[in-house]
Design a protein around this ligand. Sequence first.
Ligand code: ADP
Length: 298
Amino acid sequence: MAQPIIELRNVTFGYGSVPAVEDINLHLHRGQFAGLVGPSGAGKTTLLRLILGLLRPTRGTVFVEGMDLRGKPCPCVAYVPQVETIDWNFPVTVNQVVLMGRIRRMGRRPWASRQDRLAAQAMLERLGIAEFANRHIRDLSGGQQQRVFLARALLAEPDILVLDEPTAGVDLNAQENILLLLADLNREGVTILMTTHDLNAAAAHLPWVFCVNHFLIACGPPDKVFTPEILNVTYKGHMVVFRHDGQLFVGQQPHSHTYQDVVPNPVPGESIAPPRMDGDGRHPRPKAREAPAEARRV
Ligand code: ADP
């Protein structure tokens, strides 16, 4: 097989004396679209930081495009951070954030060229956020913010896109759209590695997954890797896996008790008839109100 575009060879890293990830051997090949899954604290973000060259392994080596990173970022990798970790009080517009993706190309020139601006505009249009170009990033929904940071990363024209929880904190529809957009980018040749907590979305959208919990537990297509045995080791819990219409679903096995064991007398709610809907499930349009009779007489 060809040389991996990302390779971790016997990588161990600890923030202090205790390793956060240990003896990791991981290969990602050019053109792959892969997910890193595992519980909170498993070391997923640490692995991304090692691949980004933001951390240097305590032991072992990280290669990107065949080069030993030695803790130095490779310009061929672009990063999309978790939107929850961003300081939204920083006064920047969507357009300014996206143009930051060109900083490496600008070199010593401290302003964006006409070409940079046109590229930013085209990217905003592609990601469906052009109408927000002059808005403060704080004033967008989670899904729109995610697209802004994706646009910034893509403006650098990277070979590899690394995303930390790109589907966290957005609704199901936005999640689906982001994952389809990533699949499109992958088809165009971008190698993608993303972390996710959503095993069902990973099963439906990702062709390859790495299960991590301090060590690399397993890797392969979700169909092969999402088994109760592997997931129980990864999540140290009791997971159930089932299929419906050919799709794989993963869930936590319910505890042996129900809420009724814990709360035998729950506070009751109040049943109110739901608003009437049309046959197609939409709320009927409210009719224009007639003016009161006295008013009409005048
Ligand atoms: P994940 O992304 O899977 O939730 P992380 O890579 O963030 O996991 O964390 C792995 C381990 O490293 C955790 O035990 C976490 O507490 C620890 N850790 C993460 N970042 C730091 C840090 N900056 N300083 C000290 N410990 C850290």
